[in-house]
Design a protein around this ligand. Sequence first.
Ligand code: FES
Length: 115
Amino acid sequence: MAIHDAGKADELAIGERKLLKLNGEKILLFRLESGYHAVQANCTHLMMPLKKGKLLDGKTLQCPIHRAEFDVASGEVIKWANFPPGIQALNIVRKEKCLKTYAVSVEDGQLSVEV
Ligand code: FES
C-alpha cells in the first residue's frame, strides 16, 4: 500500500469524477455529498469502463453496458447486470462482485488515494 497524490480537492464539484491511473490501477475518483470516494474504474461484471456510467441519486454508479449498479462509497452491488433482457443467462457464470474501493484523504485541499 502506498499513498498517491490525486490532485486538488476543489478540482471536482459534487457529482463529478475523474479517472486516475495510480500504481498501474485505473481508478475513478468521485466527489459526492458524502465526500470523496475512489473505486476501480472497470465494472466487475465484464470489466468494461465505468467512466461514463450514470450517477443515479447522487451516489450510485450505473455501468453503461449492462446497467449493473454500485454504491460508490462502499463498492457494494445495488443491482446486478440486467440489460439487455437475457443477460441473466450470462450472470450464471458472472456472479455479483463488489467494486474494489480505495481510501481517499484530504489534507490542505490536496487529495491522496491509498493504492
Ligand atoms: S460490464 Fe458492467 S454490467 Fe456488464
